[in-house]
Design a protein around this ligand. Sequence first.
Ligand code: FES
Length: 108
Amino acid sequence: MPLLPLCPTTDIADGEGKRVDSPEGAFAVFNLGGEFFVLDNTCTHGPGNLGDGYVENEEVECDFHQGRFSIRTGAATAAPCIDPVRVWDVVIQDGHICIDPKAGHYAV
Ligand code: FES
């Protein structure tokens, strides 16, 4: 499966996230100390956008009801979120954050 490039690594500062819309759907991309992580953009609790959420302590706070998820594992870490969010293994290719769009999985 060809990799799907989401955005250049330089688009996301350390400790921040970004929503990226692609032909394969919307993803939330994060930079934690120069390590990049990709989650489904849509919160498992409702219509919130995780890519637009607030990043703190390696967690993202949903912009809709302020539930939280671990950016590393996708685990729900604060109510009202209960179900984990899907995560994607990241490959950096030519300075771009890429994923295999068929290989999303639940790490927890
Ligand atoms: Fe994300 Fe409710 S939609 S916490």
